[in-house]
Ligand binder design. Structure first.
Ligand code: ZN
Length: 233
């Protein structure tokens, strides 16, 4: 039977790498994105551009890449208000978590992705969750994800697997993985079209891509890129 996977694809560096990883392994790959009222809709604008560019890197990838859906989760975004969905400053909250933490985000995304996978006859989800760089987010932990997938499999009465190829990689290693999967054509596509910056800045172009250059997401992306560049040199 042909293998199929549904990739949680947001147009960030991580999910772009996950999409290439899935296209390298599965016969059919579909994508899902979420509009949860992100304070900058830039990533939703970049999504189809990045998706088409990655598919265009190889005839086999173009053939494998199939459907896409963007699910409207603005109601959830409104109740889970954080610095990612409102104009609040990005800082450390009293809970010890950054104000960019959207409570339960991965749990909601995985439930909705599980429903879509079920509809589409897919039993593998692929997500860019990562313990290494975002250890402060409790819904990115392996333990949380394992429990969630078990609940999904029980609730759907169907096996459901989650692949997280970036779980133990740092940002530099994620660049290395992209390079191994698609060479400079892929890393250049990610630099040019993926979006990570919390401020939604696409006016400042750095050697690692677009962004304000100062927010935590830009800082992480820049450091990872420099480390990778130095190790590859
Ligand atoms: Zn930024």
């Amino acid at each position: 039977m042909a293998s199929a996977a549904l990739v949680l694809f947001s147009a960030g560096q991580d999910s772009a790498t996950c999409l290439a990883w899935a296209l390298d392994r599965f016969d059919r790959v579909e994508t899902i994105g979420f509009d949860y009222g992100q304070r900058h809709a830039i990533e939703l604008t970049q999504r189809p551009i990045l998706r088409n560019t990655i598919a265009g890197l190889s005839p086999a990838w173009a053939e494998r890449l199939s459907g896409d859906i963007v699910v409207d989760l603005k109601g959830y975004g409104a109740l889970a208000e954080s610095a990612l969905t409102s104009d609040r400053a990005i800082e450390m909250a009293e809970s010890g978590l950054p104000s960019t933490f959207v409570p339960g985000r991965n749990l909601v995304f995985l439930t909705v992705a599980g429903a879509q996978a079920y509809r589409r006859g897919i039993d593998v989800l692929v997500g860019g969750m990562c313990e290494t760089d975002y250890s402060g987010y409790p819904d990115c932990r392996q333990e949380t994800l394992d429990a969630q997938l078990r609940a999904l499999a029980l609730g759907l009465a169907r096996p459901m697997r989650l692949e997280t190829p970036l779980m133990h990689l740092n940002k530099a290693q994620t660049w290395s993985l992209a390079d191994a999967l698609g060479g400079p054509a892929l890393t250049n596509a990610i630099i040019e079209h993926s979006h990570t910056c919390y401020e939604g800045d696409r006016t400042n172009r750095h050697d690692w891509g677009y962004g304000c250059g100062v927010c935590p997401a830009c800082d992480l992306r820049e450091k990872g890129f420099k480390t990778w560049e130095n190790s590859a040199a």
